[in-house]
Design a protein around this ligand. Structure first.
Ligand code: PEP
Ligand code: CO
Length: 339
């Protein structure tokens, strides 16, 4: 994971849904990941794929409630909490969904095992799962002691989302497990506070333990990232840097579609690589929200604003379709090659 020839590629849905947990959808997802692996190997890189999969069912939301036609209900917090349909019963938060999430995740993992046999480039040792460790009832209950050390066995790499980065219970849970941990970093991060957080989560300064996922937005990269990098360098903290060029570049269209423009995504990737380069640091990977389906959720490439209504199916955030994913991936790999 620390080899510069081995970029970390995080991809997948913003929110998985329970109905994804079947053989045919899993096959499509794995084929898509395999096509991503093929592109990466055509650049002679040996990637690590982290799929937002088999557990990405919990979503923190900025707004706790949603109002439509004068009716206010709880927001959709991911299938692990409640359902997406705007209906009083469906939006109720139900604990039984924890069991459904576990069942769905197990089914996905089992289907993945079978699908990997038909892959061209993707192999089991290159594919890992990740999800946001948001629902501690889920991640906590699947944490076990193995040879005297606690691991969150529900995933390989849990991450601390931007909305819970200051939550003592989430930080406390993550400080007790030996998994590698992702940390999402937004533009309002207090860098000194981040240093304390890293001391808590990685007191031995172990290499490969912390993956800092910056999602600053293309406008803020040059303002925020240099100080972040130089501070981490000053304290000699070992971290892996990944750029999430999606979550800082949300916009809402006049027709009320939450979207992201490809140009802004590319701009954040370019800015992030440049700032790392200028500061003697290195961007180790990229984090995208993607799907194998030909959706119209992000604009740019083969999607215009006028297309957004055509096939917008994401449960939460807008994802890149395969054409857009390939464009972004190749843009990143070309830059990497030039570094
Ligand atoms: C996400 O990755 O879907 C997400 C909610 O990210 P963030 O915490 O960075 O906003
Ligand atoms: Co998202």
């Amino acid at each position: 994971i620390q080899n510069n020839k081995q970029p970390i590629i995080m991809v997948g849905d913003c929110a998985e849904e329970f109905y994804h947990a079947n053989a045919s959808i899993t096959k499509s997802k794995i084929n898509f990941l395999d096509s991503i692996s093929s592109i990466i190997s055509s650049y002679s890189y040996d990637s690590i794929l982290l799929a937002r999969m088999a557990g990405q069912f919990a979503k923190p939301r900025s707004q706790k409630t949603e109002t439509k036609n004068g009716i206010t209900l709880p927001s959709y917090f991911g299938d692990m909490f409640n359902g997406k349909i705007f209906n009083e019963c469906v939006r109720q938060i139900r604990a039984v969904r924890l069991l459904e999430a576990y069942d769905a995740s197990c089914r996905i993992v089992n289907h993945v095992e079978a699908c990997l046999q038909n892959c061209d480039k993707l192999t089991k040792d290159k594919l890992f799962f990740c999800h946001e460790a948001y629902n501690l009832f889920y991640d906590g209950s699947l944490t076990r002691k193995v040879n005297g050390i606690y691991y969150n066995l529900s995933t390989h790499m849990p991450w601390l989302g931007m909305r819970t980065v200051g939550s003592t219970s989430h930080v406390r849970f993550l400080s007790g497990i030996a998994n590698p941990i992702g940390i999402k970093i937004g533009p309002l991060i207090d860098v000194q506070w981040l240093v304390q957080l890293l001391n808590t989560l990685n007191p031995l300064n172990e290499a490969g333990k912390i993956i800092l996922i910056t999602r600053l937005g293309y406008k803020e990269v040059h303002n925020v990232l240099p100080y972040l990098i130089t501070t981490i360098q000053k304290y000699k903290m070992k971290v892996i840097w990944v750029c999430d060029p999606m979550h800082g570049n949300n916009e809402v269209t006049d027709n009320n579609f939450k979207t992201r423009h490809l140009d802004n995504i590319l701009c954040e990737i370019q800015g992030t690589i440049n700032v790392h380069f200028q500061n003697g640091s290195y961007m180790n990977g990229i984090h995208l929200e993607t799907t194998y389906e030909d959706v119209t959720e992000c604009t740019g490439g083969n999607v215009t604003n006028a297309d957004l209504h055509r096939n917008y199916t994401s449960a939460v955030d807008p994802r890149l379709n395969p054409v857009q994913t390939n464009l972004v991936l190749k843009y990143y790999l070309n830059m990497l090659e030039a570094c």
